[in-house]
Ligand binder design. Structure first.
Ligand SMILES: Nc1ccn([C@@H]2O[C@H](COP(=O)(O)O)[C@@H](O)[C@H]2O)c(=O)n1
Ligand SMILES: C[C@@]1(CO)OP(=O)(O)OP(=O)(O)OC[C@H]1O
Length: 165
């Protein structure tokens, strides 16, 4: 019996950005109203970066810092959804299909739940997959660690890819 694929791959991504005044808080492509925003060379979309790294991990393609160096002015202020779309295109060029992606945002504040569906839709559109195949969850860290002190926000993601046979 053919399973329709010749290989399965998994990838894991993790990213952290610092919370500062005077920056937008963009997570999963959603501009979230908040007193603090994330600092970065790009728009600092910590969730998009974690998802992109999960995809790159699965194809053993390095990481987003390798593809889009933070020393390159081309990526200054970049829309991370466009970076994620470029990574998804690279995945397909390598002969892989994105099967499923799941993720967690660790943030003490603000609440991510009201934005979860829009984040899923944005990530799915950037990757060219169904919304049903993108999970976004959020947790506080119960005031522990850098996320709990609201010094930064982290995100982790996993991706399952299949090589089409
Ligand atoms: N920034 C966040 C953090 C959490 N949530 C939602 O609240 C639930 C409870 O969080 P705990 O850390 O106390 O487990 C969590 O399951 C999320 O649904 C959120 O929306 N935004
Ligand atoms: C996205 C890139 C490129 O603009 O910059 P940042 O927004 O600083 O993000 P980071 O997750 O530190 O690393 C990847 C970068 O090279």
């Amino acid at each position: 019996m053919s399973l329709g694929f010749s290989a399965l791959r998994i990838g894991q991504g993790y990213d952290v950005h610092k919370l500062v005044e005077g920056r937008k808080l963009i997570i999963g492509g959603v501009d979230i109203p908040h007193t603090l925003g994330l600092l970065g060379h790009s728009d600092a979309d910590v969730l998009a970066h974690a998802v992109a790294d999960a995809l790159l991990g699965a194809i053993r393609g390095g990481d987003i810092g390798k593809l889009f160096p933070d020393t390159d002015p081309e990526w200054e202020g970049a829309d991370s959804m466009k970076l994620l779309a470029a990574v998804a295109a690279k995945v397909r060029e390598e002969g892989y299909q994105i099967i499923d992606v799941d993720s967690v945002i660790a943030a003490q504040a603000p609440k991510m739940a009201p934005h979860r569906q829009q984040m899923r839709e944005n990530l799915a559109a950037a990757m060219g997959i169904a919304v049903d195949n993108v999970g976004v969850k959020a947790t506080t860290t119960e005031h522990l660690g850098f996320e709990g002190r609201q010094e930064g926000i982290s995100a982790t993601a996993v991706a399952l890819l299949a090589r089409c046979s």
